[in-house]
Design a protein around this ligand. Structure first.
Ligand code: ZN
Length: 242
C-alpha cells in the first residue's frame, strides 16, 4: 500500500515536472518567434528607407534661385509657399535690403534655404576697385552671418558680371543660371511659368526675383508643375557639389 502511494505521488510529480518543462519550452518558442518577427519588421523598414533614398537619388534635380531680395511682403509669401511644398531654394540677397528684414532672413535659413550674396548695393563688380568689390561682398556676408550664424560663400554677381581674379578675405563661388525667363519684364504669371517649364531639364538653375508678386506666384506654379513631372528641387550647393 505504501509503495503504491509513493509510486503514485512520484507519477504526479513526474507529470507536473513534464508540464512545467513543456510550458517553459512553449514560452521560449513564442519569445523566439516574437524576436524573429521584430527583426523581420526592422529589415523591412530598412528596405523601405533604402527604396525612398534610391528614389530621391534617381529623381532629376533642379534649383530655384531668387535675386534682389529680401522683400518685406513678397519674400514671406514665397517662403510660406515653399514650406507648404517642402521645397528649398537659394536666395541671393542684396545687403541693403536685409536691414529691417532680418526676421525674414532668419526664417529663410531656418526653413533650410541656402543664402547667397548679391553685393550690398547691387553693383557691377567689374566696375569697382578690388577693395571696393570685396567690401560690397563682405558687408552682405557679415550681415547674413550676424543673423544666421553662418557666412555665405556663394555669390550671384549683379548683371552676371564676375571677376575671377578677385581675391577677397572670403573665398566666393560665383553661381550663374541656365534658365532666365526675364520675369522682371512682365507681370504675366503664366508666360513666366511656361518659359521655365518648357525648358526645364535636369541640373538646371532657374533665375527669378522675389521682389515681384507675379514672380512669386510663377515660382510656386513652377514648383507644382515640375514636381508633378518628377523633378526634385534642391539648393544650388547640392547641384554644384554633386
Ligand atoms: Zn540683381
Amino acid at each position: 500500500m505504501k509503495k503504491r502511494n509513493i509510486s503514485k505521488s512520484l507519477a504526479v510529480i513526474n507529470s507536473f515536472l513534464f508540464l512545467m518543462i513543456l510550458s517553459l519550452q512553449i514560452q521560449k518558442l513564442e519569445e523566439n518567434q516574437k524576436k524573429e518577427s521584430a527583426s523581420e519588421a526592422m529589415m523591412m523598414e530598412e528596405d523601405e528607407q533604402l527604396k525612398t533614398e534610391e528614389n530621391s537619388d534617381m529623381k532629376p534635380k533642379i534649383a530655384l534661385t531668387f535675386d534682389d531680395g529680401p522683400h518685406p511682403v513678397y519674400t514671406p509669401m514665397l517662403l510660406e509657399g515653399l514650406q507648404e511644398r517642402r521645397v528649398n531654394a537659394t536666395f541671393f540677397l542684396i545687403g541693403k535690403n536685409i536691414e529691417g528684414n532680418e526676421e525674414i532672413v532668419k526664417q529663410m535659413a531656418e526653413q533650410g534655404n541656402l543664402i547667397g550674396n548679391h553685393t550690398y548695393n547691387h553693383v557691377k563688380v567689374s566696375e569697382l576697385s578690388a577693395k571696393e568689390a570685396c567690401e560690397e561682398m563682405m558687408m552682405t556676408s557679415e550681415l547674413v552671418e550676424q543673423i544666421t550664424g553662418e557666412a555665405t560663400c556663394y555669390i550671384r554677381p549683379p548683371f552676371g558680371v564676375w571677376d575671377d581674379s578677385l581675391d577677397c578675405e572670403i573665398d566666393m563661388i560665383s553661381v550663374k543660371w541656365t534658365i532666365d525667363p526675364l520675369d522682371w519684364t512682365t507681370k504675366n504669371v503664366s508666360e513666366v511659368v511656361e518659359k521655365v517649364v518648357t525648358h526645364a531639364e535636369e541640373n538646371d538653375i532657374i533665375l527669378l526675383h522675389d521682389c515681384y508678386e507675379s514672380s512669386v506666384q510663377a515660382a510656386l506654379q513652377i514648383v507644382d508643375r515640375l514636381q508633378a513631372e518628377g523633378f526634385e528641387f534642391v539648393t544650388v550647393d547640392q547641384l554644384i557639389l554633386e
